[in-house]
Design a protein around this ligand. Sequence first.
Ligand code: SF4
Length: 466
Amino acid sequence: MGGFFGVVSKEDCVLDVYFGTDYHSHLGTSRGGLAFWSGSGFKRSIHNIENIQFRAKFDAEIPKIKGNMGIGCISDTDPQPLTVRSHLGHYAISTVGRINNLNELTERAFTRQNVHFLETNQGHINPTELVSVMIDQEQSFKDGLLKAQDLIEGSCSILLLTPDGIYAARDKWGRTPLVVGKKDGAYCVAFESCTFANLGYVFDYELGPGEIVLITEDGVQKVAPPRAQMKICAFLWVYYGYPSSTYSGMNVEVMRYRNGAALARNDGIDIDMVAGIPDSGVGHAIGYSNESRIPFGRPFIKYTPTWSRSFMPQDQKVRNLVARMKLMPIPELVAKKRLLFCDDSIVRGTQMRETVDLLYQCNASEVHVRSACPPIVHGCKYLNFSASRSHMDLATRQSILELEGHEPDSLQAYCDPSTAKYQAMVEHIGKKLNFSSLKYQTIHDMVDAIGIGAENICTYCWTGKE
Ligand code: SF4
């Protein structure tokens, strides 16, 4: 994943870019970067943020930087933004997405014989540099951005900071959002619209799928129109989008309340308390509680002073340890209680199993789990979401393998709640993870809670349908 933010202003905008980029910290954990246009060149800085927050790394530099235009990014993979000088001029570039045909596009670039790549990421070509090379092979930024959109398989949204303004190009299927905000004398562009309010911006414009605009201090110029079809990622609302952000007119927290309410309407279980696994499970749990009129509580508290951000070490053992250290149970609220937990999703299930075991150690009498989305049966192939995980790490696929003894030819029956295979899989997962009961949201109710039309939403990881 990853996120980015940019500003074009009549006045210095360094602090806006700094804070606006910081508000994307929940989207990535690898590198943070800023680039500002000074009038004659770029001031650019990139830091490793794997073990430290974005602001802590950039704090000392910010007072020394000046600029009326800048972009910043939080990256889960490659160092960004990159600064480039080509026949198109100076520019800085940042991307969000996942390029599945990176090798093929690299070979394509080499056919020109005058191309090389300087930036490497652990021996691999930096995908953002590849995008810049694709842009440079055309005669204008517009043509270059359109070509990159056409050729990239996976997804890719792009910000280009140029002396004339910021080009913003949304992924051709609109898998991730891109929104423009405005205030007196300045425009910003963001993945997350939650950046606007505290920086004084108000919503101005949301780019459609594949749309390209040029943002200057005077406004938004249309460069290329939106495409007809959108497939925005449903997981934005369910899990990784920030609660105060809105995409396609639907706010994240509001969707979670609607989604939790739908979960409750399909339930009817006798319990003492509804709770959410922090952070994203909480919104779904509030919706469940409001609808069912069963009290909402916090039998688990997240230790926010030092575990305030998503922190995803690559090593699974360290990841489990971090997950355990983040959450503290309150035994007085757990003992002898029948608890129902809403979680955003169940991916591997290992962390959830540890959480439930801890609740039983605190003498919970029952621990029921409700997943805010359907069973994840397919890995995401469009974003770097869960990129490091193999399909067989998914709790569903492990259970299917254990139930069938081999990988079935078709997974379709496991995506359909009306089949015996689906029921057997859910029961198997619930038993393995030691839940008193397990239920998943249905695809229909989740899509309904998003409320922008099923045809506009990507649900591939639950349905296997493109
Ligand atoms: S496959 Fe899943 S995670 Fe990936 S874009 Fe589609 S909905 Fe989002």
